[in-house]
Write a protein that binds this ligand. Structure first.
Ligand SMILES: Cc1ncc(COP(=O)(O)O)c(C=O)c1O
Length: 375
């Protein structure tokens, strides 16, 4: 089976080896928030365990949490999403697997942004589904355009996007959706980075249609990566099918994680999540400026998530070797563009700013010194 390794995980593992030898590594490769889960959420999880909520739950998740997510769509987006359409999964990755499997049934071809989140294509491969890359360029804001939909039956878009931080605005989503609908193309909207935006909020595809499958979860904005909890919103007539699939594949999402997640929707806890976004914003501004000043071109200022996708062509034509050398020689972890596809990705690297400003400053100092040795 042709599954490519998730290069960022390889980099992370090598960084851990170096650290075990006593080397100090600045991590700018990781794709998870550096903030721990808020106390109130942790305490709710502990309470659930002490109350012996250690059994299987409903396969689609506990009703209280589906209801809370439904309320969240109302308060944050002004949307009425029936709790029945919200299905909880052990992380958003399993939700993606289910969605891709259902929508590629019968040889349907999945269109994937390139550069884009690498697991999309490996999931499609694993499931035996066909896919084609859709090149996205900095001139188009790294977004899929309506004219690029030929030959696909299904499109996955992420907004905010990994690795570029691109956010589709209302108009762009509408135009893309209209073009997709005209061609009978199904849509999966990966909204896992929702909430982490800096200029404008990211609209949900659900604001325009209830026919798309939405993927979201507690890993990013809600700071719960290790708890493994995500959700999908599916069209009404798909609920029963998805329920049967998740019963068979996952039994249910982790019980304690679900009870913990209920605490995420308290206003004072939501305020803590929003504070983190302000911290990311300062880091983004710092790192974009630092990279530009070194000739690592950031054409598009990322509008969301916590990544900067920078052009390294002044220094390299081989982002993989560049990232490996940066780790071995400068002791900084960065992710080569080639992790994200084939479209000019040998010229790009991704920096994650899910690290403290002090560490990012140290990382940029080391990077600058190292680049000077290459010039
Ligand atoms: C775009 C995107 N989608 C989905 C995921 C999966 O997240 P999880 O399975 O932790 O919910 C990630 C994780 O990095 C991601 O970057």
């Amino acid at each position: 089976m042709e599954i490519t390794s998730f290069i960022v995980m390889d980099i992370l593992e090598r960084a851990k080896e170096l650290e075990a030898q006593g080397v100090d590594v600045v991590h700018m490769e990781v794709g998870e928030p550096d903030f721990p889960t808020p106390d109130e959420v942790v305490e709710a999880g502990i309470r659930a365990l002490c109350d012996k909520r250690t059994f299987y739950t409903q396969s689609v998740g506990i009703p209280e949490l589906r209801e809370s997510i439904s309320q969240y769509y109302l308060s944050q987006y002004g949307l009425e999403v029936e709790p029945e359409r919200i299905i909880l999964t052990p992380g958003s990755s399993p939700a993606l697997l289910v969605a891709i499997r259902i929508l590629t049934e019968g040889g349907k071809v999945c269109g994937l942004p390139d550069p884009g989140y690498p697991c999309y294509k490996n999931m499609a491969r694993f499931l035996g589904g066909a896919f084609v890359p859709i090149p996205v360029e900095s001139e188009g804001g790294f977004k899929v355009a309506a004219r690029q939909l030929k030959g696909v039956h299904l499109l996955i878009i992420g907004s905010p996007a990994n690795p570029t931080g691109a956010v589709y605005n209302q108009k762009e989503l509408e135009v893309l959706l209209e073009a997709a609908q005209a061609r009978g193309i199904a849509l999966i909207s990966d909204e896992i980075y929702h909430g982490i935006t800096y200029e404008e909020r990211a609209p949900s595809i659900l604001e325009f249609t209830d026919r798309a499958i939405v993927i979201n979860g507690f890993s990013k904005f809600f700071l719960m990566t290790g708890w493994r909890l995500g959700w999908m919103v599916v069209p009404k007539e798909m609920v029963r099918l998805v329920q049967s699939i998740v019963q068979n594949l996952f039994i249910c999402p982790p019980a304690a994680a679900q009870y913990a997640a209920l605490a995420c929707f308290k206003e004072r806890v939501l305020a803590q999540f929003r504070e983190k976004v302000e911290i990311y914003r300062k880091r983004r501004d710092f790192i974009v400026e630092a990279l530009n000043s070194m000739g690592m071109k950031v054409d598009i200022r990322p509008q969301g998530a916590f990544y900067v996708y920078a052009k390294a062509s002044r220094y390299t034509q081989d982002s993989f070797t560049f990232a490996k050398r940066a780790l071995e020689e400068a002791h900084i972890g960065i992710t080569p563009g080639v992790d994200f596809g084939d479209n000019e990705t040998h010229l790009f690297v991704r920096f994650s700013y899910a690290n403290t400003l002090e560490r990012l400053e140290e990382g940029m100092r080391r990077f600058r010194r190292w680049l000077e040795t290459l010039d």
